[in-house]
Design a protein. Structure first.
Lengths: 523, 129, 449
């Protein structure tokens, strides 16, 4: 049963610059209420703008509303339906979280307001810190990083600072290798590079797990600063040897960094701190439901062991005395002054101005309190069940490269369909015609033609069944009528775009047409 | 079936060499451009730069991938195919002709003898699949 | 749990269908010793009613949110038209994913293309990316980019740059093999010294300067650009108060090679420091060295125009450790808010806001300097922020002003520099009325005399 979900109005909405008409305006300001000085007296003429802000669009409020309303309808979004995107955890973005983030006492608060007059804001940070520490089993925490990759960079810099302090600069210079699995997300090696490490790749076994022998071999060189891994890994499989992996790395003098992108399989069930992990980053825009916004904002808190705490970014939000107690089910901290503490001489420094993406912290705290201890665990269970349900149903039609039971996400390959010349990209594009956003494709790199599917807990079983039916139907089409799949999507306002031409001669902005034509200016 | 001209030497990194006196003309093979897909950009060095054999001298990009290019022989760059910055697609259309990348004055002409022949390269690519 | 569509019964049925005995068994691949055998030590679930009460109570203790405020220094209180929040609250925008599948993300992609265009127009540059986390990290990434482009490892940054921005830059370069030196500023003008450029040589990758700078002073960018270019170095210009683009000559027109800015002034709430949005713009020739996502124009087989993420081979998911940056998620929705703000205000609106900010700030500065004992220590022209020197310790003066007069009069510079105990930074925007400014002046005056 196929359900097409997209409808469009005004599919030909142009760029706002193409809507612009001289003399239109969308703003209203109160009149100037102070004595006006000639502009040249307060800003020297040569420092003043003299291009009239030419090219900026002149439109009315109605133009803006219509423009963005129309183009918004060209987007798929979570509220419409499932995003089976592996590694992204596209769960429901609650409206309650949005309401909380907009409360005036938070939204209008300047970051440099005095601590005494921002106690409520600091309490949000402090309480979220405590809950995330409990969830991860790691007591040290900073909410300053603005996204997962930012958190990774922070965490790896912490490892570097720890080793520098422990071994001294000279010996530490011998330890510049970061081990990263061949299945890792691209941000991992990129972040390692930012901390001055070189990357060595660890192989996976036929089972899809970290190859312990290869790990031991690489650790034996004595130059390993650490290992970055994801658990469950990017194949959706739990690294059951995680304790041993951490021991091997620790014995070799290194530390273990965990990419927390897949925490949706662990919350309330298992804790990275108990596995021997030293430092982890979380993605509030994944596990903790803060909205993806078409590409951000995110938030990438870093959690670490007590040993690594001195190296966390500053400032840290600390209480004069610690009074939160989960046992008594107290929802509120008692009113104890919270303050910003900069006194950490071994800190790696600031990674961002101010305190982090505060608005996302509000949403994440609201998420945690709305679910509560029971709900958090329930979400994990439902997420894993949904993924397992899909895995079970699709093995009939798609090749599942690894035997192990997947956790919250499952990976398939296009091996069977490729025999008829139909590849992962085509399957993804055809899925659009069935009203779904495609799954993650071509990641992780170790699976040829990978299709990584993560439904999350926010999908009901009817929609899971629809997704399964769609995938089965596409498998049938691939065998019986491949052209249909190869030329997909057929139902969108534009077809596949020529990305090669776009990359050869990039046009990255609109430019006004020059008055006398003969120009090669882009309209 | 990828094209593998007989009169060229080949490396395991999928580059070809055409010897013209003591100059080596270098590019990437038909097999390589097929694997990459539509080439959108080629990053090349400047004339005057020198490279030992097997060192990376640039990169070639498609939409979704980037690959380093390694020189099969040592030498100094004498000429670079500037037209590739406007027409990178030449690498796809004519990898052994218009899609040539660099010309190099070889410092050890004997190095070509350790490269693969057309037949050896063909076997090599078949084995890789 | 009401956000989980499958009821317990449905879940039981699903388990049966896949042949798994119980929910517990789903986690069999996790060794017993690692299983958490107790509930999480977090509170029990709160209903909407209880939750909102809790957050309301916490928000009420943020007294500063209700004060009349003259706080700036990297975060600015401007008026945001109503439609901005309405439009970004459309679920097609805020719950949408990164536009990797262009056919079903054209709304997001077109909005980013408009954003990139607007950033170019305001900064006077050729290309702009889809956003960075904020102004401070954008500046740090600009420093890294300058090293990539010039292959030189020394960068000279003005000490009149926002101290938190300088801190972030130091964190980013500490393992990158880049030496970050500071350039002193002139104690009289408040701007970066030209003669302090002895460190500038052929090993310099870039000069970094903020304008208007941390003290609110407008820098001589052309002079710095000329000096940088003479030795083959780049000029990186940082802007924290983006509204200044509405009135001041663009950094691009004054010789900048890379312009980074904090876009929070464009319709983004203060929200205790984030989420904000970093603007990043540069010259066309550096297109392949720019960090972050880029949206480009593209056409389908039928010649229909669309937009697509492009030049992705610079980025981490392809180039991995050799990427121009590790950035993945950026500030998409905030960039959208800024785009809607700029399009709603338009060129005349931005100009009008900027002009009001400047006029009101200069009015305030005049009045304050007329109070006995108070002076303006820096002589350079300023936009909407300026430093005031008080006859007493600024921090306690401002504290009293807040508690007795209900006004947040500025930021004591002693927060960042113990050698400036009597100085404080005042910011005035279009949201500050004449009554508020007069009350500020009166309040300060009454506390001294």
């Amino acid at each position: 049963m196929i359900t097409k979900v997209t409808t469009h109005i005004s599919p030909h909405e142009r760029l706002i610059f193409e809507r612009s008409q001289p003399g239109r305006a969308g703003y209203s300001l109160p009149p100037l209420d102070v004595d006006e000085q000639p502009l040249g007296e307060i800003i020297p003429r040569e420092l003043q703008r003299d291009d009239n802000l030419a090219g900026m669009p002149e439109v009315t409020e109605v133009d803006v509303i219509r423009h963005f309303t129309r183009i918004s309808t060209w987007n798929y979004s979570i509220d419409q339906g499932m995003y089976p995107l592996g590694s992204c955890t596209m769960k429901y973005n609650s409206r309650l979280n949005e309401k909380v983030a907009r409360i005036g006492g938070f939204a209008n608060l300047h970051p440099l307001a005095s601590e005494a007059e921002a106690q409520g804001a600091l309490e949000v940070i402090y309480e979220l810190q405590q809950h995330l520490a409990e969830i991860t089993g790691l007591p040290g925490i900073s909410l300053q990083p603005a996204a997962g990759a930012h958190g990774e960079m922070t965490g790896i810099m912490i490892i570097r600072a720890f080793i520098d302090a422990r071994d001294g600069k000279e010996k530490s210079a011998q330890r510049r290798t970061m081990l990263i699995p061949d299945s890792a997300h691209g941000t991992n090696p990129a972040s390692a590079h930012l901390s001055g490490f070189t990357v060595k790749t660890i192989k996976s076994t036929a089972e899809g797990l970290t190859d312990l022998d290869h790990l031991r071999e690489l650790c034996a060189h004595g130059d390993v600063a650490g290992l970055m891994l994801t658990n469950p890994n990017t194949l959706g499989l739990f690294e059951r040897n995680i304790r041993e992996i951490c021991e091997i790395v620790h014995e070799a003098g290194g530390l273990v960094y965990m990419d927390g992108a897949n925490m949706n399989a662990l919350v309330g069930v298992a804790r990275p701190g108990d596995m021997g992990v030293d430092v982890i980053h979380l993605n509030l825009h994944k596990t903790f439901s803060t909205p993806h916004g078409g590409g951000g904002p995110g938030s990438g808190p870093v959690c670490c062991t007590k040993e690594l705490e001195p190296f966390l970014p500053v400032p840290r939000i600390v209480a004069q005395t610690s009074v939160y107690d989960g046992e008594t089910d107290e929802h509120r901290l008692k009113s104890v002054p919270l303050r910003l503490d900069f006194n950490y001489p071994q800190s790696i420094g600031r990674v961002k101005a101010f305190y982090g993406n505060y608005g996302m912290m509000l949403r994440a705290l609201s998420y945690i309190l709305t679910h509560g201890r029971e709900g958090l665990r329930e979400a994990t269970e439902a997420a894993v069940l949904n993924a397992r349900y899909i895995a079970h149903a699709l093995v009939t039609d798609y090749e599942k490269p690894f035997e192990g039971s997947p956790m919250h996400e499952v990976v398939f390959t296009d091996k069977r369909q490729a025999r008829k010349g139909v590849h992962t990209l085509d399957i993804a594009k055809r899925l659009i015609d069935y009203g779904f956003h495609p799954m993650t494709i071509y990641f992780p790199l170790i699976v040829s033609g990978a299709m990584l599917i993560e439904p999350t807990e926010s999908v009901g079983h009817q929609e899971l069944d629809q997704f399964i039916d769609a995938m089965r139907s596409i498998a049938k089409e691939a065998a019986e009528d491949p052209e249909l799949v190869l030329n997909a999507p057929h139902s969108t306002r534009i077809g596949r775009l020529d990305e090669a031409a776009a990359a050869r001669k990039p046009v990255l902005r609109w430019k006004p047409k020059l008055a006398e034509s003969h120009s090669t200016a882009t309209p | 079936m990828a094209n593998v001209p007989d009169n060229l030497h080949y490396s395991k990194d999928h580059e070809w060499v055409r010897v013209e006196g003591d100059t080596a003309v270098i590019g990437i093979t038909d097999h390589a451009q097929e694997q990459l897909g539509d080439v959108v950009y080629v990053e090349l060095p400047k004339p005057g730069e020198s490279f030992p054999a097997n060192e990376s001298f640039g990169s070639v990009e498609s939409v979704k991938a980037v690959s380093e290019i390694f020189t099969p022989v040592s030498g100094e760059i004498t000429e670079v195919n500037e037209s590739l910055s406007d027409e990178p697609e030449k690498v796809n259309k004519d990898p052994y002709g218009d899609g040539w990348m660099i010309k190099m004055k070889m410092s050890s002409p004997g190095e070509v003898d350790s490269l693969l022949t057309a037949a050896e390269y063909e076997d090599f690519t078949k084995a890789e699949e | 749990m009401r956000y989980i569509p499958n009821s317990p019964n449905e879940r039981a049925e699903m388990l049966r269908r896949i042949g798994v005995d119980s929910i517990e068994n789903l986690f069999d691949s996790i060794p017993e010793g690692l299983r958490l055998r107790r509930p999480l030590n977090v509170p029990a679930a709160l209903s909407e009613l209880e939750l909102l009460k809790k957050f309301d109570e916490m928000s009420n203790r943020n007294l500063a949110a209700r004060r009349v405020s003259f706080l700036g220094a990297g975060a600015y209180a401007h008026y945001t038209p109503t439609i901005v929040d309405h439009l970004i609250s459309r679920s097609e925008f805020f719950t949408a994913y990164t536009p990797y599948q262009p056919e079903i993300s054209q709304g997001t992609l077109q909005a980013i293309f408009e954003f990139q265009t607007l950033v170019c127009q305001l900064t006077g540059m050729d290309i702009a990316n889809a956003s960075m986390y904020d102004g401070s990290t954008a500046m740090a990434e600009a420093v890294l980019m300058a090293e990539r482009v010039t292959r030189r490892s020394k960068v000279i940054a003005s000490s009149a740059i926002h101290p938190e921005y300088l801190d972030v830059a130091h964190t980013y370069v500490q393992h990158a093999g880049i030496e970050l030196q500071h350039l002193p500023f002139n104690a009289e003008t408040g701007t970066t010294l030209a003669d302090g450029l002895s460190a500038l040589d052929e090993k310099t990758a870039a000069i970094v300067v903020q304008s208007p700078n941390f003290f609110g002073c407008i820098e001589d960018l052309q002079m710095l650009a000329d000096k940088a270019h003479a030795v083959g170095a780049l000029l990186i210009v940082v802007v924290t108060e983006a509204i200044s683009f509405g009135l001041l000559k663009s950094p691009g027109a004054r010789g900048a090679d890379i312009v980074v800015a904090e876009g929070q002034s464009f319709g983004v709430p203060l929200s205790f420091g984030g989420p904000y949005v970093g603007l990043f713009a540069t010259r066309e020739k550096y297109a392949r060295q720019i960090p972050g996502r880029l949206v480009g124009e593209a056409f389908d087989a039928k010649g229909r125009r669309g937009f697509v993420l492009t030049l992705a081979t610079r980025e981490q998911h392809i180039r991995r450790e050799k990427a121009t940056s590790n950035i993945c998620t950026n500030e998409g929705l905030i960039a959208l808010a800024a785009t809607i703000y700029l399009e709603t205000m338009g060129p005349r609106g931005i100009e009008a806001v900027a002009t009001q900010c400047a006029q009101k700030a200069h009015y305030a500065a005049r009045k304050i300097s007329e109070i006995g004992g108070f002076s303006l220590p820096f002589s350079a022209p300023f936009f909407n922020e300026f430093v005031v020197r008080a006859p007493t310790e600024a921090a306690s003066l401002l504290r009293k002003l807040a508690s007795e007069n209900g006004i947040d009069g500025g930021i004591a510079l002693s927060r960042y520099n113990a050698e400036r105990p009597n100085d404080f930074l005042v910011c005035v925007t279009e949201t500050n009325t004449r009554q508020q400014i007069d009350a500020l002046v009166e309040g300060i005056g009454s506390l001294i005399h």
